[in-house]
Design a protein around this ligand. Structure first.
Ligand code: PEP
Ligand code: MG
Length: 577
């Protein structure tokens, strides 16, 4: 038995056999062969090409409905039939005496890297095709399909070096009971997806992939951040009991569904939910939420090989708005880039992606995509209380540009006589120190603010939110973060616009009293966490929260603040900790 401690990111207990999966950029080691083996090895390359071509021809002839996918397969076929490509690979095997799989992998990755570095979106996006061809050839060469989580049909816990938000979003909940990764942080998008889907998860374990043998029994404790490999009988029994207790507590919390989120001294708090997929909208109502404070629409792009059409967008937004009835639905325009990328852009590398072409910057450089989405949002705006929010705005200029594009789209709709709400509220996320420090200026042209602390903390403290090596430095209790939160609340209330908090801080019980004391009255959080936070809200008085906030604002270290707020929260609600 081995016990490993990581970062707890999604609550619950999972006990199942391990499925250890490869990272997407799994590297084939450079291995030599004997000169006597080279003819046989070249044959293996030719055979892999032959099988890959036959496979694609077969798929192509099976009358693919989706013409875009047909086009993609046609491109793959052209590459696979290219004699010069095949010769390059067989030369590496024959002349340099390298294995067939290494020759295939290194040659195709060289080509992919070259494509990805070209400053032309069409060409750089072709890198993804080359990686797909590499995968296909390797599958034939290695003789077995590499294990992947997509096609699993029995219960497992996934063990991986790293999982992308896209991979996590595609997990089938009925078979994938939990996951553990070497990399990652508490507010990484992979962690956020796990929480939304209710999959117990522990990240930041550093070397769990090398500790777990395939098919070993593994326990994932997403409450305590613990992973147990090959548990003994007593440990297994103890965790089975924990799992039962966790489910019992969840049921108990669900009984709060129809009660108000109101403090003991009568102050009403709004608890909205964050969603990534339209299917989650129903859960907000089940959990007693008051609307959607953050719809991460970029997830529409992540799982799809092709770009969503205006209809795809419209169908998703109208489904969500209709489900919520007259409750507010804040649709955040696509926050692509950094760790969330479209399938076609997944190999377009940037040296510092979190400081690169992400969020609103990406939209302003990809106007066609942006306008398609805005048009669909505006069309859905007549169906309910829909509001629009722009992510990662870092200057007034950027906000003005985004609003100008929105006005253009409104004019297009006018020309086509299509209805929309011309007074749709337009808000922004405060996620960068520049936005927080100029909130008084941004407030003059925004209808509301929502503070995205996941990014605000990362950019204020210069700590990557997804990097386990610096995860202990990432904290919402840092005095620098508290100063910014206080200042944004001050500027928003002076400008008489609403301000909410939609980062993961809102779903962490230890922060809630401090945030109430700082003046927040609206939170948007991971939907499964709404009952727990409601219970906490109903257990405190605003007076005590104000006193707590005054106290921590006078502290000068993160550790002092953390200890103080945690002790205060434990006193109020010991069973949650
Ligand atoms: C945030 O940054 O706090 C936020 C809510 O947005 P995301 O987590 O999607 O970056
Ligand atoms: Mg963000």
């Amino acid at each position: 038995m081995e016990i490993k401690k990581g970062i707890a990111v999604s609550p619950g207990i999972a006990i199942a056999k391990a499925l250890v999966i490869d990272a997407e950029d799994y590297r084939i080691p450079r291995r030599s062969i004997l000169a006597s083996a080279k003819v046989g090895e070249v044959k293996k390359v030719r055979e892999a090409f032959r099988k890959a071509v036959a496979e694609l021809e077969k798929t192509d002839s099976q009358s693919l409905a989706e013409s875009k996918i047909k086009d993609i397969f046609a491109v793959h076929l052209r590459f696979l039939r290219d004699r010069s490509l095949r010769k390059k690979i067989t030369d590496l095997v024959y002349n340099d005496l390298l294995t067939a799989e290494y020759a295939v992998s290194t040659t195709l990755r060289d080509i992919a890297n070259h494509f990805a570095s070209v400053q032309d979106a069409y060409i750089s996006e072709r890198a993804a095709d080359i990686y797909d061809i590499e995968k296909r050839l390797l599958k034939h060469l290695l003789g077995k399909k590499r294990e992947d989580a997509e096609h699993i049909s029995y219960e497992v816990v996934v063990i991986a070096h790293e999982l992308s938000p896209t991979q996590t979003a595609s997990f089938d909940r009925s078979f994938i009971k939990g996951f553990a990764t070497d990399a990652g942080g508490r507010t990484s998008h992979t962690a956020i997806v796990a929480r939304s889907l209710g999959i117990p998860a522990v990240v930041g374990l550093e070397n769990v992939t090398s500790n777990v043998n395939p098919a070993a029994m593994v326990i994932i404790d997403g409450n305590r951040g613990v992973v147990v490999i090959d548990p003994d009988a007593a440990t297994l029994k103890q965790y089975e009991e924990y799992a039962i207790e966790f489910v019992r507590l969840e049921h108990e919390l669900d009984s709060l569904r129809d009660l108000d989120a109101i403090t003991r001294d009568g102050v009403e708090i709004k608890l909205l939910g964050n969603i990534e997929f339209p299917s989650e909208a129903e859960m907000i109502i089940d959990k007693g939420g008051h609307g959607i404070g953050l719809y991460r629409t970029e997830f529409l792009y992540l799982n799809s090989e092709t770009e969503p059409t205006e209809k795809d967008h419209y169908d998703a937004y109208s489904q969500v708005v209709k489900t919520l009835g007259n409750m507010p639905v804040i649709i955040r325009t696509m926050d692509l880039g950094a760790d969330k990328y479209t399938q076609s852009r997944r190999f377009v590398r940037e040296p510092n992606p979190f400081l690169g072409l992400r969020s609103i910057r990406f939209c302003l450089q990809n106007l066609m995509m942006f306008k398609t989405q805005l048009r669909a949002i505006l069309r859905a705006s007549v169906l309910g209380d829909l509001r629009i929010m722009f992510p990662l705005v870092s200057s007034l200029h950027e906000l003005r540009q985004a609003k100008m594009i929105l006005r253009d789209v409104m004019e297009d709709l006018d020309e086509d006589s299509i209805a929309y709400n011309a007074d749709v509220p337009i808000g922004i996320m405060i996620e960068t120190p520049s936005a927080a420090l100029t909130a008084n200026i941004l407030a003059t042209e925004s209808d509301f603010f929502s503070i995205g602390t996941n990014d605000l903390i990362q950019y204020t403290l210069a700590v990557d939110r997804g990097n386990e090596r610096v995860s202990t430095l990432y904290s919402g209790a840092d005095p620098a973060v508290l100063q910014l939160l206080r200042s944004v609340i001050h500027d928003a209330s002076k400008a008489r616009i609403s301000v909410s908090l939609c980062g993961e801080m809102a779903s962490e019980p230890e922060y809630v009293m401090m945030l109430l004391g700082l003046g927040f009255r609206t939170f948007s959080l991971a939907t499964p966490m709404i009952p727990e936070i409601k219970k906490l809200v109903r257990s405190v008085t605003i007076e005590s929260c104000n006193a707590l906030a005054r106290k921590v604002l006078g502290m000068n270290s993160e550790r002092e603040v953390t200890n103080y707020i945690r002790n205060a929260a434990i006193k109020v609600l010991p069973e949650v900790f």
